[in-house]
Design a protein around this ligand. Structure first.
Ligand code: FES
Length: 206
């Protein structure tokens, strides 16, 4: 969920990089000239990525000019959709699902690790400015609960120890592997199959 107000320490100016501007021009060609506003969500998404993970006043101004929209209209979109952050989130933005299936499978422990290793309060940058965390509602990976999303990746089948290891690895600049952290393929059951165990039933397809 986005923090509700645009941060005050906005950069003075924002502009798409040259390749992103090329991309933006191509998107605009898909719409009539008086319907440029239709691009606001994908443009905000790309601007957020190029602006270090959040939308600030400079981004809103830039897109309001580009799309012929009042700044308040752009801001309304930013404040409505939880995919947009309005304050710095750091290089590693951790979203912890705490909805019922994840909660039943131990999301409280995952939150505890985030509090210990990132910051006591959600939506707060870590001391080194590289991390932040927040609680979110179901991210649609309940069969692999508990789980978190870090930037664009899901990390599933977590426990306290594994979560701590992932954060430590990121802090040391190491690569981490997304997906199930307990080696299962997608959301297959752990261990032997308990149903559809006869390949003849489904033509043997993987
Ligand atoms: S409840 Fe956590 S992913 Fe659905």
């Amino acid at each position: 969920m986005a923090i509700s107000k645009i941060t005050k320490d906005s950069a003075e100016a924002f502009a798409f990089s040259a390749p992103k501007l090329e991309w933006a021009k191509k998107q605009l060609e898909k719409y009539p000239a008086d319907r440029k506003q239709s691009c606001v969500i994908p443009f905000l998404w790309e601007a957020q990525k190029e602006n270090g993970g959040y939308v600030d006043a400079a981004v809103v101004r830039y897109l309001s000019d580009m799309l012929d929209m009042a700044e308040i209209r752009v801001y309304e979109v930013v404040s409505f959709y939880t995919m947009f952050n309005t304050a710095p989130v750091g290089e590693h933005f951790v979203q912890v699902c705490t909805t019922t299936p994840c909660w039943l499978r131990g999301s409280d422990e995952i939150v505890k690790v985030c509090k210990n290793k990132i910051a006591r309060a959600a939506n707060t940058l870590s001391e080194d400015g590289k991390f932040s965390w927040m609680e979110v509602e179901c991210l649609g990976a309940c069969a692999n609960a508990p789980m978190v999303q870090i930037n664009d990746n899901y990390f599933e089948d977590l426990d306290e120890t594994i979560m701590a290891e992932i954060l430590d690895a990121l802090a040391e600049g190491k690569d981490v592997t997304p997906g199930s952290q307990k080696g299962r393929k997608s959301s297959e059951p752990f261990g032997e199959l308990t149903s559809l165990s006869d390949p003849a039933l489904y033509g043997g397809a993987e």
